[in-house]
Design a protein around this ligand. Structure first.
Ligand SMILES: [Zn+2]
Length: 86
């Protein structure tokens, strides 16, 4: 037993998986795809240290504005064309 609880090994070849391999979902040693549970487990393990990667809540209004923009502008264009045609 050389593996610790925090070390994840490849299901296919048994080599240790760095977090980069887990994030990519592929084993670099054998080139095979890792099961989804590996990826989610890695995400959960990294969640505590990835606080800085969380989306900025101040971006949310901007995103909503951008979505509204891309909905309203085509609709306005369609209405304008409809008036021209009518
Ligand atoms: Zn492997």
């Amino acid at each position: 037993m050389t593996n610790t609880l925090t070390e994840t090994v490849c299901l296919h070849c048994g080599s240790a998986l760095p977090s980069s391999d887990l994030a990519a979902g592929w084993c670099d040693s054998c080139g095979k795809r890792l099961p989804g549970s590996y990826k989610s487990g890695a995400k959960a393990a990294q969640a505590a240290t990835a606080v800085a990667d969380q989306p900025d809540p101040r971006r949310l209004p901007f995103l909503l504005g951008a979505v509204a923009f891309f909905i309203v502008v085509p609709l306005a264009g369609l209405l304008y064309l409809a008036r021209l045609a009518g």
